[in-house]
Design a binder for this molecule. Structure first.
Ligand SMILES: C[S@@+](CC[C@H](N)C(=O)[O-])C[C@H]1O[C@@H](n2cnc3c(N)ncnc32)[C@H](O)[C@@H]1O
Length: 285
């Protein structure tokens, strides 16, 4: 477990994931009844972009920094940017418009949660979970477990609220993670078929992604929406991240239409030298 998300916080893949996460939470909040949010691979929650680890890769320069000053954006981006601004206000003593802190998925969702809603966060790395616990100290809405995220899918599903969102955001240090995701998703879906599931994945070699999609098609999962954002040409390198994707099972109504506006805008603002692309497709409808 060498992965530290601080190296990647606020990069284009985080921006893509977190804007769609915001849309998913907002869709759940169209109903008054509370829901549960489960984050299987939570990270540390709050990322200080001035620290040495973040500065070493400076990946946030190709992500959140590119959007920080935009004057016009689709509503989903405006909401997300307002949350990141609010997060910076909360975490800095003097009023400031400077970007220093980046909210990971737990902090972003926490800012949106209504009082009756709950979240469960799982993080396996001992140091990272300690930091996460500090971020949410005394917070009654949040339960944190130092636990394998895939085990959490059987431990906490279905939730008592019967509504909710599960974010599965593993580090993908090994290619076998794609298989683990399919097994985890299938197990969770058998226990709770009506939940919303969002799985983030890296796009490097297209062959691995094709295989992943084939496995999704063969799985018992239904209503699978897939969104991809590439900032480099597809399949160009065996090492680098060309893009990122999200598999969304049981997506809210009209999410695909919202993505049709959001993804071209993100491609236009985040692609390197306008090389990127995007894709939205359905499986097993
Ligand atoms: C991509 S990061 C999570 C980022 C976070 N979801 C966000 O959007 O801000 C993946 C995290 O999973 C943790 N991790 C790795 N293996 C895990 C496992 N089996 N179960 C739970 N967490 C794990 C890593 O320590 C890392 O913090």
């Amino acid at each position: 477990m060498n992965y530290r998300h601080l190296y990647h916080a606020g990069n284009f893949a985080d921006v893509f994931k977190h804007i769609i996460l915001t849309l998913l939470i907002q869709a759940l909040q169209k109903k008054a009844t509370p829901f549960m949010y489960l984050d299987t691979h939570a990270g540390i929650g709050r990322y200080d972009l001035t620290t040495a680890l973040a500065q070493k890769t400076a990946e946030f320069q190709q992500g959140i920094v590119k959007l920080w000053e935009v004057s016009e954006a689709p509503p989903a981006v405006v909401t997300y940017l307002n949350l990141v601004r609010q997060f910076n206000q909360i975490n800095q003593t003097a009023p400031t418009s400077k970007l220093r802190f980046y909210p990971g998925s737990p902090c972003l969702v926490k800012m949106l949660l209504r009082e009756t809603e709950r979240m469960i966060l799982c993080e396996l790395h001992p140091g990272e979970v300690q930091t996460l616990r500090r971020v949410f100290a005394q917070d009654k809405q949040v339960v944190i477990h130092q636990q394998d995220g895939y085990q959490a899918l059987t431990a906490y599903l279905p939730p008592p609220q019967k509504r909710g969102l599960v974010l599965i955001d593993p580090p993908f240090e090994q290619l076998t993670e794609f298989k683990e995701v399919i097994v985890g998703l299938t197990t969770a879906y058998r226990r709770w078929a009506t939940g919303i599931y969002a799985v983030w994945y890296p796009i490097k070699q297209r062959a691995a992604i094709k295989q992943f999609y084939q496995q999704l098609e063969l799985s018992p999962l239904r209503q699978i929406l897939v969104a991809e954002l590439l900032i480099y040409p597809d399949d160009t390198s065996t090492f680098g991240l060309n893009g990122a994707g999200l598999v969304i099972v049981n997506p809210p109504w009209q999410l695909d239409e919202q993505l049709q506006t959001l993804l071209p805008w993100l491609r236009q603002h985040l692609a390197i030298g306008h090389q990127g692309s995007y894709q939205i497709k359905w499986f097993n409808t």
